[in-house]
Structure formats: C-alpha cells, structure tokens
Design a protein around this ligand. Structure first.
Ligand SMILES: [Zn+2]
Length: 445
C-alpha cells in the first residue's frame, strides 16, 4: 500500500472536491481512501508514504489525441522541405517521416513519448499511429513500450490510401489484430480502435474494408475537417460534407473519436450530438498548422462530448489548457469565453472519453477509482480552494511542476526521477534512432 500525503488534494469528485492537508491511499491498482493525512496514516499504518511536501495531489492527466510517430520530428531537418500550407506539411514532413519508420524506431518513438507523458503527469493516452515503413506489428511495438513504461494506452493505426491499397489493407489488418489482442487484456491498461487518417485519403473501398474488419465493441479514431482542403475534397468527390460521409459509413457513434472538427456546420454538429460521437480539440496543433479555430465552445454548449488533446504538438496537458483558454477568447473576441469549458473538457470530458475504453474510473480521486495520481510542486501565492483551483492550474502550473506520477498504482516517477528506466541511457538510444530516421529521410542511410 502507498499513501501520498501532506498535500492539497484536488479530487474532481463533486462530493468531496478538495482536502487541504490531504492524502490519497492506494491499494494495488485502486484508490482505497481519501482524507486528512493524519487520519489515513492512522487507518493504514503499514502503507509506505510519499510526501507531497505541501504541493498539489490530483488525478493524473488524460490525453485523448496523441501521435507517438511524431516523436523524432523535434529539430529534424529535411532537405528541400519548404511547405506552403497544411497539405505540404502533411506530405513533406509527417507522411515523409512515417514512410521511414520501422518497428524499432516506432518503439523508440513510443518510449520517448511515454517519458514525456510521465514527466507531464499524463498516464492515459489515445494514440493515432502511422508508420508506413513497417505496418505489421507496429501497434504491438507501441504496446510493448506502453507496458514497459506503465502508461495506459488506447492505440490505433491511421489507415490511409496515401501509400496505395496494399498498405491500406495492411493497416486495417494491423488495427484488427491489435484490437483483438487488447480486448484480451485483463490489466485494463491497453485498448484499441480502428484508426483512420482522414476522409480525404480514404476511398470507399478502404472505408468498406475497415468496416468489415472492425471488431465489435470499438469505434473509429479519425481526423475530421482539420483543414479546409478535407471539406473541399469531400464535397467534390462525394457531393456531401465530411460528417455526412462518416455517418453514411456508420463511423459515428459513442465509441468513435473525431479529431479537430474545424470545418463542421450546424447540421454536422447535430449528427455528432445525435450519435453521441466524441470530439477532441487540439489547440496548439491547429494554430501551428494555421488550420483555423474549431467551433469548440459551440460544440461543448450543444452537449457534444468534447475532450482535449495535443496532437503530438506537446505532451503537456496544462500547456494545451493554457492555449485552448486563450485561443477561444481571441477567436471569439470575448474575454469571458472558455473559462469553464476548457477545464470541463480536460478534467471531466477526457475522463468520460477514456472510460468508454477503460473500466476503472479515471480522472478522479475516490475510492475504487484507478490509482492514477500525480503530485505537483506548487506553493500557492494566494488562497487556494475547490472554487479557484483551475485558476491556480491555468496561471500557476505547467506539466513540469509534476514531481511524482503514479499509474495503476505503480510509481513511474518520484521527485522527477523515472523509476522504471534509466532516462539518460534511454534518451541516448532514442537520439541514435532519430539520427537513423533523419538519415533515411534525407537519403544518406
Ligand atoms: Zn492528429
């Protein structure tokens, strides 16, 4: 047993939202008590103790849209790469990269991403993977890394026709194999979805193939209307808007996650809402690619289950929170916008999304919930309580304030030190892998 105590406990449980001088008791993979530190230590005298040193104890973060395959892009130089817009960025950078990823490099990309997740207090991710250099077993390579690093992962491979029908088929089969494998997982740490890149790289034949091979009980994870080009393509080729096409292919539903949804109209939002489909917003990525600002506030107000992700741009959910907060204020010319909606997306909706795939309650500290707990090194300069905690997080913290990360009852980081791997040795290996990838992309390896 473990007690994490001497902290300000933020539970996200409305019945008991905030415990000053609080503690969380963990038994195995679950939380078994929340209360005052002294009380819990008396109740569980045999438990080992992690001292939060008057910092903040809260549920670990959930990231509902990640891209492990992008890990080795940081600082990458590609000869002749001079993108003029979003499609050039996809083609010249991301698709170029993923064509050179073999499973050994996919594994290292996953390890790199998981290190940053743990160091930012993220213990559950929904990843959207591509490695057209080696498709078969790529999700299993990530799954291996997920298990080694202890991060709960819902994985999928982004099926696309961009490298031909044969590779699209392999991608569908990889999703199917992974989903069936994850469905046998008894640890509640692995899950799978049928990943799809975006409708503009998916023919009707491939849509059909994916539908035929999708096991029951899971949905799709697909980019929707990230760029205006995606909408134009759909109108031109199929004579309908994107969400209509997905609806016609029965892709929408409570288990399906739509990334972005920038160019969706009121009718499409109605379809998303009626089918209880999930949406994930990635503010930094949308801004970085100059793709536009999605109608996220409207989607939340309409009751669409909208979560917050990072699209691989960062692995720090507080960073995503900060940027979503100002993006929508700026976009709507309304300084009062987004105060409540973004924390709702991050702290409530991401948990609801995650629990459509994982059984143990996530994103909350209460008895019986998953023991996914983080400690942040934060000393409040003003009074802190359940009413204003989000203001303290938004303006006072970043992912780097996370000092301790626990997932499924296992301590993955303590006092900023990873407990399961030698971080420096691992990073050296990942840098070697990144050099190999850069060499392949630029044609000298
Ligand atoms: Zn994405």
């Amino acid at each position: 047993m473990i007690i994490v105590g001497n902290g300000h406990v933020v539970t996200r449980d409305s019945r008991n939202p905030y415990v000053p001088d609080g503690a969380v008791a963990i038994d195995g993979t679950k939380i078994c008590g929340i209360g005052r530190t002294a009380d819990l230590r008396k109740r569980f005298p045999e438990a080992s103790f992690i001292d939060a040193k008057d910092g903040v104890i809260m549920p670990a973060f959930i990231n509902t849209h990640e891209h492990i395959y992008s890990a080795m892009a940081r600082g990458l130089h590609i000869e002749g790469y001079a993108p003029k817009g979003f499609l050039d960025i996809l083609d010249g950078l991301w698709w170029n990269m993923d064509r050179h990823l073999t499973n050994d490099l996919t594994y290292l990309s996953a390890m790199a991403t998981y290190v940053e997740c743990i160091k930012s207090g993220v213990t559950t991710i929904f990843d959207h993977h591509a490695s057209f250099g080696e498709i078969k077993d790529s999700l299993f390579a990530i799954g291996q890394a997920a298990q080694e690093m202890g991060v709960r992962s819902c994985l999928c491979y982004e099926v696309s026709d961009r490298d031909g029908a044969d590779k699209a088929r392999q991608a569908v089969l990889e999703n199917e194999a992974w989903i069936r494998h994850a469905q046998q997982d008894t640890t509640d740490m692995l899950a799978g979805m049928m990943g799809m890149h975006a409708q503009f790289t998916l023919s009707d034949e491939t849509m059909n193939l994916a539908a035929e091979h999708k096991p029951d009980g899971v949905g799709y994870h697909i980019h929707v209307a990230e760029g205006i080009e995606d909408l134009h393509d759909c109108l031109k080729k199929h004579g309908k808007r994107i969400v209509d096409r997905l609806y016609d292919w029965k892709i929408l539903g409570p288990k399906t996650l739509l990334g972005h949804c920038i160019y969706v109209n009121a009718h499409e939002m109605d379809l998303i809402k009626e089918t209880d489909t999930m949406v994930v917003h990635n503010p930094e990525s949308n801004m970085g690619n100059a793709c536009g600002c999605p109608p996220t506030m409207e989607m939340v107000h309409r009751g669409i289950l909208t979560g917050l992700g990072t699209d691989g741009y960062t692995h720090d959910m507080i960073e995503s929170y900060k940027v979503a907060n100002i993006l929508h204020k700026h976009h709507l010319c309304d300084a009062t916008a987004a105060w409540a909606e973004v924390p709702q997306m991050l702290f409530e909706n991401n948990a609801v999304i995650a629990n459509r795939y994982f059984k143990a309650p996530l994103g909350v500290l209460k008895e019986g919930a998953a023991a996914d707990v983080i400690v942040l090194d934060y000393t409040a300069p003003t009074p802190m309580n359940e009413e204003n905690i989000d203001g303290h997080i938004l303006f006072g913290m970043t992912g780097r304030n996370v000092v301790t990360t626990i997932a499924n009852g296992k301590v993955l980081m303590k006092d900023r030190e990873l407990t399961t791997v030698d971080e420096n040795a691992l990073m050296a290996k990942i840098r070697e892998g990144a050099a190999v990838l850069a060499g392949r992309i630029n044609g000298y390896l």
